[in-house]
Design a protein. Structure first.
Lengths: 249, 63, 227
């Protein structure tokens, strides 16, 4: 048991994590490609045309995964942030700041695809629907996190300040979501839901799950790439960085 | 196979703009983001190389 | 004995901040004038039809209150940080959380409270009935302390950071959304004849949560900024 704990702390050091991440990245890209290709095949060639929404519903194959990931990444970011604040590990803060841009990208994609779905279905690009509105606020939370971190020069302080903000954000997200929902039901009747279409075929669900897995693997791959860059930027005066074979050539 | 021809596939039952607008934006961003992340790492590497070279030069001058 | 000394420390911080603010009255008045001007601009932008104005009044007053509170967040810690008082406070025997609470209370007394008292006058511009004006004041009295408490976290995080003033709005405004929804919702519910009790109790729940966690998060953020 104690052995395992020691091992975890070993991987928590940037020095050991940097090469490990380098080895893992290609595998996650491969998984992204496999899940993505199968998901797209099912999404475009196997899943039937929706009776109500025609072919336009195929947007959910990226809209729903992007929305899920945007929320999930915020949770993971807050998890790393809490770990960094609690145990003062350097890597956690770097992970949190590596995840933020990918999370913001997912939130943006969710909004973009939501708008493109809404135009043919509702007749407008934007509806103040509870989901879209809370996604917009989530996007703002990501932007605030990124802006705060980039405004602080001292990396340690940036990590900790970002961590406090991420934790405050994660405590607020449920409250924000429920208030937006309440507000939405008060002001307009229930609208067509983006995800709960009545004739959700089994194949549609599979396509969506596979695309969600692909998006997940993509997020891991790209944030590992980014965390490697961040490690190099932050640890430039550490001895082990000079020994890297990337620098010998 | 549910599509009769490639052009029918592209037309997406009249929703081409919306479907391809979504998938296109998604693909574009998912190509650009990794490139930016990789560029950030190679920037950090060149910066480091320059720094190390400068440090070595300093040492040589001191001798 | 220990409790009374904490309470007296709390009182001392509040008195000190109020005294300092009284020496620089213009800061407090600027916030109030900002509130008045923003609210008065809306009818000019939208048109003078009373039915329309009555409908948008809750939202307009609340958004203006949000912005006015946010404008005044900078002075919460910045001056004390600049002259080193804040570091002395952090080192003193009194827990930093108590000092933070005192400063937040003083901030609310100088921003939220005057806004709430001023709101009925502005509500008259929008032809709100007396009952709705009362609900508006109560909602503001419960909601603006939440704004001060959450805002303090943002102010502490951006302390001494370049571009802090604009940055704090980016951090804090998304977190203000629930207060905005239920604050404006309370008045709208009253206008619609539904009764505002549910909204007001939810606002009070937010206040309880924010009063419990806010000073704690602010203290952590301040310690990070002072390191």
């Amino acid at each position: 048991m104690s052995n395992r704990i020691v091992n975890w702390f070993k991987f928590a050091s940037p020095q050991t994590f940097y090469p490990l991440a380098g080895k893992m990245i290609p595998w996650f890209w491969a998984l992204t490609a496999v899940f993505g290709l199968v998901g797209l095949y099912i999404g475009f060639f196997v899943a039937p045309t929706d009776a109500q929404q025609g072919e336009g519903y195929r947007i959910i194959f990226i809209h729903v995964p992007a929305s899920w990931l945007s929320m999930f990444i915020y949770l993971i970011m807050a998890f790393w942030a809490a770990l960094g604040l609690g145990f003062n590990t350097r890597l956690s803060g770097m992970m949190a700041s590596a995840l933020a841009p990918t999370g913001a990208l997912m939130a943006f994609l969710s909004l973009w695809t939501g708008a493109l779905w809404g135009k043919p279905m509702w007749g407008t690009w934007w509806v103040w629907d509870a989901r879209l509105t809370s996604e917009l606020i989530l996007f703002f939370l990501y932007l605030g996190f990124i802006a705060l971190q980039s405004a602080i020069d001292d990396a340690r302080r940036a990590d900790k300040a970002g961590a406090v903000l991420a934790l405050v954000g994660v405590a607020n997200i449920p409250i924000i979501y429920f208030s937006v929902k309440w507000w939405n039901t008060l002001h307009q009747g229930a609208s067509v839901s983006l995800t709960r279409s009545p004739s959700m075929a089994q194949t549609m669900l599979w396509g969506m799950l596979l695309m969600a897995l692909a998006f997940w693997m993509y997020s891991i791959a790209v944030s590992l790439t980014r965390v490697r860059a961040i490690i190099l930027e932050r640890e430039r005066h550490a001895g082990w960085v000079e020994e890297l074979k990337e620098l010998k050539s | 196979m549910k599509w009769n021809s490639f052009s029918e596939f592209l037309a997406m039952g009249g929703h081409a703009l919306y479907v391809w607008g979504s998938f296109g934006a998604c693909l574009l961003l998912m190509i650009v983001e990794p490139i930016l992340a990789k560029a950030r790492r190679s920037n950090a590497l060149t910066e480091l190389k320059r720094e190390i070279a400068a440090r070595k030069e300093n040492v040589n001058e001191n001798f | 004995m220990a409790e009374t000394s904490l309470l007296s420390a709390l009182g001392a911080v509040i008195r000190r901040d109020l005294l300092l603010a009284m020496r620089r009255k213009s800061d407090v008045l600027t916030t109030l004038f900002f509130f008045v001007i923003v609210v008065s601009l809306f009818p000019l932008g939208i048109g003078p039809e009373m039915a329309m104005l009555r409908q948008i009044a809750p939202g307009v007053l609340w958004v203006a209150a949000l912005l006015a509170t946010m404008l005044s967040l900078n002075r919460l810690f910045a001056a004390d940080h600049a002259d080193g008082t804040l570091e002395q406070m952090a080192l003193s025997a009194v827990p930093l959380g108590v000092l933070v609470t005192g400063k937040v209370v003083a901030h609310w007394l100088l921003s939220g409270l005057p806004l709430a008292l001023l709101a009925p006058v502005l509500g008259l511009q929008f032809d709100l009935a007396a009952g709705s004006l009362g609900v508006m004041v109560v909602a503001l009295l419960i909601g603006t302390p939440v704004l001060s408490l959450i805002g303090a976290i943002g102010a502490a995080l951006t302390l001494g950071v370049r571009g802090g003033g604009v940055l704090v709005s980016l951090l804090v405004l998304p977190l203000y959304v629930p207060v905005l929804i239920f604050g404006a919702g309370a008045v709208e519910a009253d206008l619609g004849g539904l009764g505002a009790t549910a909204h007001l109790s939810l606002l009070a729940a937010f206040l309880a949560l924010a009063a419990f966690f806010g000073p704690w998060a602010t203290t952590v953020a301040l310690r990070i900024a002072l390191e």
